[in-house]
Ligand binder design. Structure first.
Ligand code: AVI
Length: 356
């Protein structure tokens, strides 16, 4: 049998397994990771409505779960954020991967398969895959809840020589468990968690998430973790409140989405996007500030709320890190940080963690 048809058979078999494993679960809470794309099933609507109701009626600060920022429009706006001159995070992440791909793969055990949590279109990952494919046939498993992003990723990355791509349209942990449980005894795993997505978890939730990732791995497996580093406050604020208003649109779209999908009547003109630096927690918080006293009705959530002028709804946190803190965070989750690459133009670190 030719190498090509062996590869086709492997991919077909893996695709069958993946199809039978398609699950859309609901693991997220406020401060948890973004999932992408709206799902208009009755189950989705009920879950969305329940989450909105619970978070908007929380005593004290009202909230909305950040995962709902990412419907189709929200995901497109996030892509636009990534190319904003004020949002250097994505470019720093990509620069480090491009510059240090060789170094990174030289530190990995062999043979190694690659799983990526929230791959999006997988653009940045190309450098790692190309470097690995110089040594070995490379299996790449992007795990992504957005079907369209996953399809684009499979198409793009599948064109790299000696790289076989099998996408998992699942949440991070379900996808990772599926990938980890299906590999052979001899195969190591490199998990990519890029873009400082870990920063969208509250600190404790981030620790628990990394611990769950660790539990799916074997000692010696690796995690490449991207972390955005603390920088001067004006730079950070501008990154989340750009003058073109793209981040404002991204944030306000959450209210628009509630109007579209849950029969809400938010008047977007009566809210203003706000980015705040919370120095004690070392995080940027995104809020939506009510500009007047107003009532909002959300039909599917069976909810009426009264917002006072100046009151805010907290929609997202982006935690920032000191480079030297990553080792302790890794250790709490059962990893050892063996290497760190830091971008000088936009302080950001790629951290290579080894499962102990
Ligand atoms: C996806 N995540 C890492 C982004 C961040 O920087 O926290 C989401 C984002 N929110 C506003 N701008 C970008």
């Amino acid at each position: 049998m030719s190498t090509q048809s062996v590869r086709a058979q492997e991919i077909a078999a893996e695709n069958c397994r993946r199809l039978s494993a398609k699950i859309h679960d609901s693991q997220h809470t406020h401060g948890a990771l973004p999932t992408r794309d709206a799902r208009q099933t009755p189950g989705h609507v009920a879950e969305f409505a329940a989450d909105v109701r619970a978070s908007l009626t929380k005593p004290g600060q009202r909230e909305l779960p950040s995962k709902y920022l990412y419907d189709e429009l929200g995901s497109a706006l996030f892509e636009a954020i990534c190319v904003l001159p004020e949002y250097g995070l994505t470019r720093a992440d990509a620069r480090l991967l491009e510059r240090h791909a060789r170094d990174i793969v030289d530190r990995l055990p062999s043979p190694v398969q690659v799983a990526e949590l929230g791959s999006g279109s997988g653009k940045k990952t190309r450098w790692i895959l190309q470097a690995l494919a110089q040594h070995q046939r490379t299996y790449y498993y992007p795990i992504e809840i957005s079907a369209s992003a996953l399809a684009a990723c499979e198409k793009e990355m599948g064109q790299i020589d000696l790289v076989s791509v099998v996408g998992y349209e699942q949440t991070y942990l379900d996808g990772l468990r599926a990938v980890a449980s299906r590999r052979d005894e001899k195969d190591h795993l490199l998990v990519l968690f890029l873009g400082s997505s870990v920063g969208n978890f509250d600190r404790d939730a981030g620790d628990s998430f990394l611990h769950e990732v660790r539990k799916t791995l074997r000692p010696g497996d690796t995690l490449l973790l991207g972390t955005d580093l603390v920088k001067d406050v004006p730079t950070q604020l501008l990154a989340y409140d750009d003058p073109a208003g793209v981040t404002a649109a991204f944030n306000l779209n959450l209210l628009a989405r509630i109007n579209r999908e849950l029969g809400g009547d938010f008047d977007l003109a009566q809210f203003r996007h706000e980015a705040r630096w919370n120095a004690a927690e070392r995080r940027i918080e995104m809020h939506l500030r009510s500009l007047c006293r107003q009532t909002v009705h959300i039909r599917e959530a069976n909810l009426h709320i009264l917002l006072e002028p100046g009151e805010t709804i907290w929609t997202e946190s982006s935690h920032k890190y000191f480079a030297q803190d990553v080792s302790a965070m890794a250790a709490r989750a059962g990893f050892r940080c063996v290497e760190q690459w830091i971008d000088q133009a936009w302080p950001f670190a790629q951290n290579l963690l080894v499962a102990e």
